[in-house]
Write a protein that binds this ligand. Structure first.
Ligand code: 5GW
Ligand code: MN
Length: 359
């Protein structure tokens, strides 16, 4: 044994000091990371601020199509004009999102651009209780009009998986059936839609799917609904209110609700029966609306039109990057207005007493 000399002692002490500092640093950093995550998951107080939601910009790189690989010419189509076009309707929002109306886009051009991207589109539809009766028409007409020529998976959420009608679908298109418990409380059916959309995206779609649309089952397709509807966050103008002033929109008007929109606020009144966009955007929407819906419920408050109210609040803060005209969700009982050149999708007339569970 020999005594430690002064130099060795200094080195050992310095090393110990450095290790101590390193330990403190790492443990502090770790604690910050954990508490930051917790804050994000549970913080509800920030729902009123747009800054609480960080949006990823959706970048579209649109490549002009070749007609075919043997032909040097590109796709031939009608020359676009920037001085002639629809003048009876507004085709762009104040935040410069397109509003999609018949006559504003070239379907052949759009299809060939998005065909090259080999995109995959999902649709969700809920058919719980007697609403299963709408499914056959919905699925059959979707096959005729919804993203024809593209890869499409329609996710049917139902309490009666054996009653889902067999519909013949083209290659690459498929109906996926998912079981959900039945419920007599319609508020519950409505509330769980956002939750199920959120989990479907998280657990199944993220790796395989590019875009998703969430649709009401009590409706049918009558005309093309295709690539012109694609965007980051996509909302549909409700057919019942678009001639009205915003103070008349049926937003949730009680400030206690997380769906509240003040009388002098709001852009448009959007449909709860059709919305969509990129997976990331719709995931954030579903998660936010669900959280706000559930936290309202804890305080005993239910918004005027349930998730439609929460959706409208969300779209007021998070502006949709594409807005679909009421062509994309009309109502069969309404006569067609002159600005509606085509009805693509519409809600069928239903007898509420026959189909809704007793509450
Ligand atoms: C039941 C009672 C009251 C309200 C809704 C329901 C209900 C809705 C139901 O029993 N089963 C069901 O599957 N739904 C789903 O929620 C359907 O996909 C339906 O299209 C959607 C929204 O409900 P809707 O269509 O009755 O709402 P509105 O506003 O279009 O009339
Ligand atoms: Mn409906």
């Amino acid at each position: 044994m020999h005594a430690l000399n002064g130099k060795t002692v200094t080195v050992i002490l310095l090393t110990a000091l450095m290790l101590g500092v390193l330990y403190c640093y790492i443990s502090q950093t770790f604690r910050f990371v954990v508490s930051f995550q917790e804050e994000q998951e549970t913080d509800d107080s920030s729902f009123r601020s747009s800054a609480s939601v960080v949006l990823k910009t959706h970048v579209f790189h649109l490549v002009a199509p070749d007609q075919n690989m043997w032909d040097y010419r590109h796709l031939q189509y009608k020359q676009p004009s920037i001085v002639e076009g629809r003048t009876d309707v507004v085709t762009v929002t104040p935040w410069l999102a397109p509003v999609v109306w018949e006559g504003t886009f070239n379907p052949v051009l759009l299809d060939s651009i998005y065909q090259q991207q080999n995109i995959s589109v999902a649709a969700t539809v809920f058919a719980v209780g007697k609403y299963i009766m709408f499914l056959k028409n919905f699925l059959e007409t979707a096959e005729q009009h919804f993203f024809v020529g593209f890869r499409v998976h329609i996710y049917v959420f139902t309490d009666q998986p054996n009653e889902v009608p067999q519909v013949k679908m083209a290659d690459g298109r498929k109906v996926m059936v998912r079981s959900v418990p039945s419920s007599n409380r319609w508020q519950e059916i409505s509330a769980r839609r956002m939750e199920l959309i959120q989990t479907l995206i998280e657990e199944e779609l993220l790796k395989t799917t590019d875009y998703i649309f969430c649709l009401d089952v009590d409706s049918k397709f009558h005309g093309r609904w295709g690539a012109e509807s694609l965007g980051g966050l996509v909302a549909v103008i409700h057919p019942g209110y678009y001639w009205d002033s915003r103070s008349k929109f049926p937003y949730e008007r009680r400030p206690q609700s997380r769906a509240y929109v003040a009388p002098e606020e709001g852009d448009f009144y959007y449909c709860g029966g059709a919305f969509g966009g990129s997976l990331q955007e719709v995931h954030l929407l579903a998660k936010t609306c669900r959280l706000n819906f559930e936290n309202d419920a804890v305080e005993g408050i239910e918004a005027a039109w349930q998730e439609e109210s929460h959706l409208n609040r969300y779209m007021w803060i998070n502006k949709p990057s594409k807005v679909l005209s009421p062509e994309y969700l009309w109502q069969d009982f309404k006569s067609r207005n002159r600005e509606i050149h085509i009805i693509r999708f519409s809600g069928v007339v239903k007898n509420y007493a026959d189909i809704r569970p007793n509450v």
